[in-house]
Ligand binder design. Structure first.
Ligand code: GRF
Length: 209
């Protein structure tokens, strides 16, 4: 079976990208290869991680284009040129163009640092998610891998993993625990399932075969 080609979109630290790189190296993810990493920010650690792993990477910034439509076209072209069959949003804070979502139905996955439908949607990203969870006083939070559709954080849920919230947690401590115990496990597992044809979507619901 030819390996599934992945395009990984990043914005910052790239710890989820690193989890994917490491999982391919140790066989946790099979039948997959990262063909490109695209960052909307220059000089971020995610780009260093790609370079260290010998993965082609580039920066595509909206401000480098005359308008958003031109940026969106460039992004779509780059991804098409890479031959990517699955687009992975790994710590990606970019608004994904509707055209791209329509071109890749159930072929774009995102990792969200909460148990969707909690603490998701507009304004819930990065530390803000954990600040809201702590403010609400939840005893469990976690992470969700889902397919991306045109509604923010609302696509079919593929995998979720709960993580305990502890009394002395700060947003930073909770974020780290959720990354370590959930994000970095779920995203590689979801990619491996998809790469091996074990994920089906019917009426917006995911079944793992
Ligand atoms: C993580 O909290 C992730 O859940 C969110 O972005 C943050 C940074 O991810 N999507 P990374 O270290 O850049 O992968």
């Amino acid at each position: 079976m030819k390996p599934m080609k992945l395009a990984v979109l990043v914005s910052g630290g790239g710890t989820n990208l690193q989890a994917i790189i490491d999982a391919i190296a140790d066989g946790t993810i099979t039948n997959s290869e990262i063909v490109t990493v695209i960052s909307n920010n220059p000089g971020v650690k995610a780009l260093e991680r790609a370079a260290k792993a010998g993965i082609p990477a580039e920066v595509l910034q909206p401000k480098s284009y005359p308008d958003r439509a031109a940026f969106n076209r460039a992004l779509e072209e780059r991804i098409a040129e890479s031959g990517a069959e699955l687009i992975v949003l790994a710590g990606c804070l970019l608004t994904i163009p509707a055209e791209l979502i329509r071109a890749y139905p159930n072929r774009i996955v995102n990792i969200h640092p909460a148990l969707i439908p909690s603490f998701c949607g507009k304004g819930y990203y990065g530390l803000k998610v954990h600040e809201a969870a702590l403010k609400r006083g939840v005893k469990l939070s976690g992470a969700t891998v889902h397919f991306v559709n045109e509604d923010l954080d609302a696509g079919p849920i593929i995998l979720q993993k709960a993580v305990e919230v502890l009394p002395d947690d700060t947003p930073e401590i909770l974020q780290r625990r959720i990354m370590e115990e959930a994000e970095w496990k779920l995203l590689p597992r979801a990619i491996d399932l998809i790469a091996n044809g074990r994920v089906s979507v019917t009426d917006g619901k995911v079944r793992i075969l």
